[in-house]
Design a protein around this ligand. Structure first.
Ligand code: C2E
Ligand code: MG
Ligand code: MG
Length: 594
């Protein structure tokens, strides 16, 4: 055993020398007491310190049994506690926060009144539990608070709302507002995730700016916040506050040198009018928020029963879409892409259709966006490809074995390397990938560099071509042309309708035409419906290809095959029949609801 000074301590005393043995034992005990890692003190009934070991002296700011001047407040507190406990004769365990030097320590102190040598004394021992407390605090924060914004999480706001509901004061109303940043994914994609995170922190700050003590703001997930306004006096008061909040959130955000604009959609439910449980109130605020999203975003709405009916109907559509995917109740209609000089079929576009449980066929306008939203679109696209592969013989017989086959891919998919890789593999597995063309809208090119660098090569290597669909309707048209080496541009129908009567559209058409010529891309006009539109294209432009009801509505092969049995006949038939007649033939075959 080593003494504090480093000398060996002899416990065994020389034979017969009991006084020496006692003195040695006392010295050992004193040193042990002094060096105990736990702080130990002994106080008398006046609160005076009779014994203080080194650890306790450091914790309480003492030099031996005397206070360092000035006496710390922890020490004063100890004195009072000592007097009180010895007076009452009770023992106690308490947590104490002390500052030793710069650092703060948390102590767990046990006080025990004892009677020694006829005196009433208080024996106190303090263990340092700072590390354990830090861990507990950390666990507490991560269980109840959002790391990014520091706001309470969904569990905390739910708890607060439930507490209010339990009180159920006769006139105590509150409001729950569900907030969602519009197009946050685009912002994240465009400005990068760190800036997206910075935006969320900024939004949280703006939202929390003038909340009352009794209100609560929570981040419940990604870009969703929940705001509890309590108490409220009237719907009008809440409406005014929400309008003010919307304005505040609309002001530009300056993040990392960029000026970012973001809007927010807000849905509000009121207690007790819109529900008597937290779950119902939250759900109804959510429903109101979704109705804002559907009506164009960036504003606020209070919940009403009509919205609930709409949400139910939507849920029904969602369920039936999930079921349709599970049961593979999809088919393809094919629309021809025609050479307007020769009437030859250059290619076809596969347009997906859903067959509902009653056998009614639905156009993609009713379900494609929903499939994207629900994360079902990848499966749907693979089903479309499988359908094409299954029908390749009739496709070849009807339209010719060299026609290109276009498949639409949603913008969200086009930016997803994982899906695009699996899709490229599926195209390769057909054995004829070079016949395929992928149609993507301009929205896909928000993340242009990624598309150009990581995704395009996957398809180039297979000979699969890329078409920019609905060209001119997105917000990146020209920059898409500059950066994406696509093979085809499909000019949106909105430019083509009545083109012969619209000089401005004619100018735009000419500009697109010469741009695409310079960039080596084929131009195709979408949505030709009338002879006049076609005649204009033929006479005034060099545009070679077109697609539209004038030539052919999207057709189902099943219905066409008996009438046109072989490819040569089919093509001869399509080419020789006047367009009007073709239109009637196809009109019969496309019976989907619009
Ligand atoms: P889109 O790719 O631009 O396809 C052209 C749409 O315009 C088709 O509507 C077609 O029937 C319609 N159309 C063609 N010619 C004319 C015309 O002369 N006049 C008029 N008024 N319309 C014409 P559809 O089949 O309802 O498809 C709508 C959109 O749904 C497509 O637009 C495409 O963006 C999307 N879509 C279709 N199939 C798929 C698919 O398999 N996957 C994905 N992600 N989207 C698809
Ligand atoms: Mg298309
Ligand atoms: Mg289009």
């Amino acid at each position: 055993m080593q003494s504090p000074t480093g000398h060996d301590l002899q416990i065994a005393a020389p034979e017969g020398d009991s006084e020496f043995a006692l003195a040695t034992e006392l010295k050992i005990l004193r040193d042990v007491f002094r060096l105990l890692p736990t702080g130990v003190t002994v106080q008398d009934e006046q609160g005076r310190f009779l014994l203080v070991n080194d650890a306790a002296a450091a914790q309480l700011g003492m030099a031996g049994t005397e206070p360092e001047a000035p006496a710390s407040k922890e020490l004063e507190q100890r004195r009072t506690t000592g007097i009180e406990l010895l007076r009452s004769g009770s023992q106690a365990i308490e947590e104490e926060c002390v500052s030793s030097g710069q650092a703060r320590q948390v102590l767990l102190t046990t006080h025990r009144p004892v009677r020694i040598a006829g005196r009433n004394l208080l024996l106190s021992s303090s263990a340092d539990i700072s590390e354990q407390k830090t861990l507990e605090d950390h666990l507490f924060r991560s269980a109840y608070y959002d790391e990014l914004t520091g706001l309470p999480n969904r569990g905390v706001i739910e708890h607060r709302a439930n507490a209010l509901l339990q009180r159920d004061q006769p006139h105590g109303g509150f409001a729950l507002a569900f907030l969602d940043i519009d197009n946050f994914k685009h912002i994240n994609d465009y400005y990068g995730h760190p800036n997206g995170d910075a935006l969320l922190v900024e939004v949280a700050k703006r939202l929390g700016m003038d909340l009352r003590e009794s209100d609560m703001l929570s981040r419940i997930s990604g870009d969703e916040f929940l705001l509890l306004l309590n108490p409220i006096r009237s719907e009008q008061e809440v409406a005014e506050y929400i309008q003010f909040t919307l304005q505040r959130l609309r002001a530009p955000y300056f993040i990392d040198g960029s000026e970012i604009f973001a809007s927010t959609s807000i849905g509000v439910s009121l207690y007790p009018e819109h529900g008597r449980s937290y779950e119902v109130l939250r759900q109804n605020a959510d429903i109101a928020m979704y109705s804002v999203k559907n009506d164009g975003k960036g504003s606020a709405a209070f919940f009403d029963a009509g919205m609930e009916r709409e949400a139910l109907a939507r849920m029904k559509v969602e369920q039936s879409l999930r079921l349709a995917i599970l049961e593979k109740r999809f088919c393809c209609a094919f629309q021809t892409k025609v050479d307007i000089r020769t009437q030859d079929i250059k290619g076809i576009e596969a347009l997906v259709r859903l067959r509902d449980e009653g056998g009614v066929i639905h156009a993609p306008g009713t379900f494609v966006n929903l499939a994207v939203e629900l994360g079902l679109i990848d499966e749907l696209t693979h089903l479309v490809l499988a359908e094409i592969v299954k029908s390749i013989d009739p496709i070849n017989q009807t339209f010719g074995p060299d026609t290109s086959i276009s498949i639409n891919v949603a913008a969200k998919q086009a930016c997803n390397p994982e899906f695009m890789r699996s899709f490229a593999q599926a195209l390769a597995a057909t054995g004829y990938p070079e016949r395929f063309m992928i149609e993507v809208t301009e929205d896909a090119f928000v993340t242009k560099t990624q598309f150009q660098q990581d995704i395009l090569p996957l398809f180039r290597i297979l000979g699969v071509r890329i078409s920019i669909d609905d060209f001119g309707t997105g917000y990146s048209s020209l920059s898409a042309l500059a950066d994406i080496t696509a093979d085809e541009i499909k000019i949106d129908r909105s430019f083509i309708t009545d083109i012969h009567k619209r000089p401005r559209s004619q100018g735009i058409l000419r500009a697109i035409e010469s741009l695409s010529e310079a960039l080596g891309m084929t131009v195709i006009a979408e949505g030709i419906e009338t002879f006049e539109e076609l005649a204009y294209l033929q006479a005034a432009t060099k545009i070679r290809y077109a697609q539209g009801f004038y030539f052919s509505r999207p057709i189902f092969l099943d219905e066409l095959r008996p009438a046109i049995p072989v490819a040569s006949e089919a093509r001869a038939s399509l080419a020789s029949r006047p367009p009007q007649e073709n239109r009637q033939a196809y009109a019969r075959s496309d019976r989907y609801r619009r």
